[in-house]
Each structure stands twice: as C-alpha cells, then as structure tokens.
Design a protein around this ligand. Sequence first.
Ligand code: PMP
Length: 284
Amino acid sequence: MATVWIDGKWYDRETATVSVYDHGLLYGDGVFEGTRVYGGKIFRLKEHLDRLYDSAQAIWLAVPLPKEEMTAITEEAVRRSGHAEGYIRHIVTRGVGDLGLDPRKCPRASVIIIVDAIQLWPEEVYRAGLRVVTAGTPIPHRESLSPRVKSLNYLAHILAKIEGIQAGADEVIMLDSAGSVAEGSGQNLFVVKGGRLRTPPAYGGILRGVTRDAVIEIAESAGYDVREEPLNRYDVYTADEAFFTGTATEIVSIREVDGRVIGAGEEGPVTRDLRRRFQALVRD
Ligand code: PMP
C-alpha cells in the first residue's frame, strides 16, 4: 500500500489527488526526488533533500517547509507505509495558479511525499548486464534548464527512453549538446579501463546522482583511481567495463553499446566488487 502526504494531510493511492490548475501539471513547473528505503532505513535522505532544495532554489521556488520538518514527515511516511524495502518520491510543485504561466499567480507551492513498494530487477539482469543504444535526443543544455535541477520536465529523457524502446534496447546513453557522453535516461554512467574508473563531471551538465557520489566514495576508499572527466562514446565502446548507477537501478553493468560488446559482455569484476560494497553500504 502506498502512503501519500500532501500539504499536511495523509492519503492512500486511491484518494491522493492534485488540482488540474497545479502548475506542476500544467507546465511541469516543479522539482522532485527519488529515495530508497533499505531495511526500514532511508538511504542518504539528507543528500536527497539537499538536492531537492537546491533544485527548487534554482527554479525560484520556495519549499514551504523547513528541511527538518520535511525530514520528520518523510520518516513518519515511511513508518506509516510499513515498507521496510521501499521507494520515496518527494515532489514540490509551483502550486495552484491560473491558466497562464506566471508563477506569481501560484501563492503557495505544494509538497507531496509518496512512499510505495519498489520493483526490483532479478539478480540475472545484474549479472548479464544491459543492452544499450545511444539516443539521438541530447540532454538539455546546461545553461537552458540545467540538468542538475531534478525538475518535473523529463521529456528529453523520456524521448530518449522511447528511442531505446523502439530499438529493442534495455536503456540508452544520452549525449550532451556538444556530443559528450552525459547519462542514462535515469542513471549516471561509469566506465572502467585498466582498473581506473571514469565518470562525466557534474558541472558539465548532468544530474549529480546521489548513487554516483556514493559509488565514487566507496570506490576511492577501496583504493580505485576515480576520475571525473568528460567521456565520449569511444571511451564507452573501448571500456573494460561500463555500468549505470541510480537510486532505483543501484549499480547495473552494461554488456553492449550500439552493437559493440563491452569487455567480456557480462558484469565485470570491478562492477561486481562495487555492487557488493554498495549493498554493504546501504545495509550498514
Ligand atoms: N540522472 C538522471 C536524469 C536521473 O533521473 C537519475 C535518477 N534520480 C540519476 C541520474 C541518478 O541519480 P540518483 O543516483 O540520485 O538516483
């Protein structure tokens, strides 16, 4: 059962509704977060809420709750949901306004917190790895709607995802407008070459994933050399291993990109080692 909190009241999946005049719906005017619950504990809630409030700040949206209150309500929502293994969605919309796009017509932002079950992939998917194609749709330019804002505008990523579906692939790699490798439709990307890990830098214009940052930390403390530097498709095609990271995905290997088999064409030893370490971290 899902537990939903909207602006101070509790609902379930059937009763939770928003106004058709909410600018989150009318214009995609809002921000969100996705966070995991492992064994009843919320993984890196502070980091997710920091990113949520930064996303809101970047789009001139005042979150109508202090972070401490947001934290307390989130913890209560998880308790009420009874989901020891679950997924939390935070949404802050511009709120109810008129049919014009002027945000000043929306006197109060709306806050929604959903806690629900999470659909997990079977272990075989992690072992086999994903078949991936490069999408033709680039991520938005960093000086347009910054990809660092986790906004309710996911259309570029959805269009890329559709390209992947049309091609019969499991996932896509999105490039930035200069042609560098950026991210997946909802994941960050790493490559491994000669034991060294490389991932695109956040300032280049990607979503700075909480999982990505956790993976950088655990990899460095395990003694791996990790570099945040621009990558192009050549680097992915010629990698020993490649993998995606994300809250829902965790760490999943990539076995094929645009028809090129990556490494041994299955989860490699570095990816497996990091996945094991990540599981230990989230259960810590
Ligand atoms: N990039 C995009 C576009 C995403 O939507 C996500 C999922 N939030 C990520 C990367 C991975 O971020 P995180 O590890 O914080 O889930």
